[in-house]
Design a protein. Structure first.
Length: 207
């Protein structure tokens, strides 16, 4: 990761639209963007040409566009591609915020590129952008089991399930760190922000 990439312009949080999916583990990317917008007093509006909901935060060179694709997870890339084309942006000016079952809740991973890692939303984004070279911030949601076959059998129920009451304080602390981390990416670039985000680790909510 380098700090010479163009400034961050677009943050896309991945999730599924509709009340039945709200607050599920798979929608933690939506949760992160909703928190960012709320902190700035901004609200999302439907942008039909992008196939998503859009909000803007900040001003001038610090302005960020926040995109929540409404295409369902498996077609996330279609909305992201449309947004990049609409605003004339490069993939390097994008940050995709996504859930990661391979990371425990309380961990984050920022990367400048890479494969889909089995995530359908990232796979769609790679396919529609024609490149793996776009930054992504993975938010750990934990795995349903350690044993491979059991984990596979429980994956759908796990990612489409909601965080427990006991997990909520930890989730809130993680989303707060994501908010801080995105501001750091804007100010310091991926590498320096990654030094903090990739070392972040919580097993319980801070007192």
């Amino acid at each position: 990761m380098t700090t010479s990439s163009p400034a961050l312009q677009l943050v896309a949080g991945l999730g599924n639209p509709g009340a039945s999916y709200a607050s599920t583990r798979h929608n933690v990317g939506f949760m992160a963007l909703e928190r960012l917008a709320a902190a700035s007093g901004s609200s999302f509006r439907k942008h039909s040409k992008l196939g998503g909901l859009l909000a803007e935060v900040g001003q001038g060179v610090n302005r960020l566009r926040l995109l929540m694709p409404q295409t369902f997870m498996n077609e996330s890339g279609r909305s992201i591609r449309a947004a990049l084309d609409w605003y004339g942006l490069d993939p390097a000016q994008l940050l995709v915020v996504v859930d990661d079952m391979d990371l425990p809740l309380g961990r984050l991973r920022l990367r400048a590129g890479g494969g889909a890692g089995g995530h359908n939303g990232l796979r769609s984004t790679i396919n529609h952008l024609g490149t793996q070279d776009f930054p992504r911030l993975r938010i750990g949601i934990g795995a349903p089991a350690e044993e491979r076959a059991e984990r596979r059998a429980q994956t759908i129920g796990h990612v489409l399930g909601r965080f427990s009451g006991a997990e909520q304080p930890l989730l809130d602390a993680v989303l707060s760190e994501v908010e801080t981390g995105i501001a750091l990416i804007q100010r310091l670039g991926l590498e320096r922000a990654g030094n903090r985000l990739n070392s972040f680790q919580l097993h319980s909510a801070p007192a």
